[in-house]
Write a protein that binds this ligand. Structure first.
Ligand SMILES: [Zn+2]
Length: 350
């Protein structure tokens, strides 16, 4: 056997060993990655299901003693007070985050959660540096309330309409890696968000009892389904989506003006009434040309909305003058004021 043959043989044997081991190494790498990602996040859902089953076996007085008429009970360790508990509600994800300062990974081993699973899809828990986060996924849009009594804190989840006179959902079109129209370095997603953030300032300032939920308040891109579900699940009185227009070709042109889309299949005509109010306020305040109200049922979020919906196309990004206006913060604030006034008039909340 020559030296060359020997080398070829050695290389061939080495390669076959590598082929056997490479897939295994890949699986090992995935497992390491998985451990790193899950980082000890544990499901608390089974604990809650067991607690619910155990409570069902108790008499009414015992149940009352444990839950005091609330849905969930958490018990805090001695060194932790209710002041160390904060709640964040991500309405568009139907997920509530309860953050508790001073509890570790083994918190639920020592202080089991008690209560019932109503409207709860999943509960998970993780803790890092003694800051514990309980993540509760709900089956619909609900507000959360908390009361504390001694070492216990109690949670309830309530329909937004039980708290607010009116519920409004505001959607800034596009976002994230979907910019919408892009003209002269200006993205539609940013104009839409700028106007919605101005609108948010007006709602934050108002003294009316209106609950307002936003599909996004930063540069992210919720799915169409989660956007429209926020309106449908909260049974919103108004669902407004803010966009800006461009010509079909995308070329700069003299075409300009404001257009508002509504759901033509809405037999109550409420969607159309809302769209007309938005259009009229915008025309009056911005002095734009009317492109009218238009049936928009080909648009997913319009077609699938179960509540009065209006999709506002404030102006044309493909028109030089209108694009400059749309990029002006003062003009954006004015557009927001018009939409706000239209919503208030529509609701009869003046
Ligand atoms: Zn758009």
């Amino acid at each position: 056997m020559g030296v060359a043959t020997l080398i070829i043989l050695v290389v061939a044997i080495s390669l076959s060993f590598l082929l056997i081991y490479v897939p295994n190494m890949h699986i090992i790498a995935l497992q390491i990655e998985d451990n790193r990602l899950t980082g000890g996040r544990v499901s608390v859902m089974d604990m809650l299901r067991n607690s619910e089953a155990a409570l069902d076996d108790e008499d009414a007085a015992t149940r009352q003693n444990i839950l005091k008429g609330h849905q969930l009970r958490l018990t805090l360790p001695q060194n932790v007070t209710a002041a160390g508990v904060s709640i964040e509600n991500k309405y568009v994800d139907k997920t509530i985050f309860i953050t508790i300062n001073g509890i570790g990974k083994d918190y639920f081993d020592n202080y089991p959660m008690r209560g019932s699973c109503n409207n709860i899809v999943d509960v998970t828990y993780d803790s890092e540096n003694l800051v514990g986060v309980i993540e509760i996924e709900m089956d619909t849009v609900l507000e959360v309330s908390m009361v504390s009594e001694g070492e216990n804190i109690y949670f309830d989840f309530v329909d937004p309409h039980d708290i607010y006179d009116y519920v409004v959902v505001v959607d800034a079109g596009h976002g994230g890696n979907v910019p919408g129209a892009t003209k002269m370095g200006i993205n539609e997603k940013d104009l839409n968000l700028d106007i919605v953030l101005e609108l948010k300032k007006l709602f934050d300032r108002n003294d009316k009892n209106i609950g307002v939920y936003y599909t996004r308040t930063d540069d992210c891109n919720p799915t169409f389904a989660s956007r429209v579900n926020l309106a449908n699940d909260s049974n919103a009185d108004v669902f407004i989506s803010v966009h800006n227009n461009s010509t079909a070709s995308g070329r700069m042109s003299s075409i300009n003006g404001t257009e508002v889309m509504y759901r033509g299949s809405d037999e109550t005509d409420e969607s159309k009434r809302l769209a007309e109010l938005c259009l009229n306020h915008l025309l009056d305040d911005l002095g734009t040309k009317s492109k009218g109200t238009v049936v928009g049922d080909e648009v997913y979020i319009i077609r699938t909305s179960e509540v009065p919906v209006a999709l506002v196309e404030v102006g044309f990004m493909t028109n030089q003058r209108e694009l400059e206006n749309l990029d002006d913060p003062e003009y954006q604030a004015k557009a927001a004021q018009s939409i706000y006034d239209a919503i208030i008039e529509y609701l009869g909340a003046e």
